[in-house]
Design a protein. Sequence first.
Length: 262
Amino acid sequence: MENQYLEIAINATFKAAKEVMSIYRDGSFDVEIKSDNSPLTRADKAAHLIIKKELEKTGIPILSEEGKHLPYEERKYWDKLWIVDPIDGTKEFIKKTGEFTINIALVENQKPIMGIVYAPALKLIYWGSQAGSYKLSEVSNLADFESNLEEKQRLPLQDQKEAFVIAASKSHLTEATKRFIDRKRDELFDVEVISKGSSLKICMVAEGAVDCYPRFGATMEWDTAAGHAICRNAGAQILDLNQNPLVYNKIDLRNAEFLCKN
């Protein structure tokens, strides 16, 4: 059954990506500012509707950033749910850096068991399930994905780094994160910091290209669930500051501050 769910989710990802990239190239984003001061574009809304329509075929409830957030009294009975971020890294989407992703995760008993993170502008897809986590480059559409599947790389890749590499957010670098980086520089001889947008930072930890990604600031469940599934199935972790793994479908959909690491 997991293979069937993965197939449906990958299909939903590429259908949404086609519309997202059409809007990205067109440039008519129709940017609104949400109540939490984060931006919302026409592409976020379009991707949400496409993904929702595809995932509804599974009969599993959906929690999407751009959908209706049902009260916990209803959600608490969901032992399985989809958690979706139609566009993670909307600020990077608007800036046209390419560092935005479409995130779909399947969560069971509060644990992310399957995830897809696709960066359509970079033609890069990561996915993870019980069969392992993988990366595939030069993927523009579903046909590319299916025809090049034999080229997929299992995560983590062989570590060829010399420095200790930290991933930091392009849009959300807090003082606490800066202090963490400074402490690592005091402890270790060679520390490199890479700035990236969206869930790509989490995927780079799963890949082994980055040693850790500290996030000492606000994130929501849909920001991390898909990447977390990829990490879990690649042997990496996302732990809160008490060393407990992040859990999902909570009363409060905000995540605790965390460290993603190998």
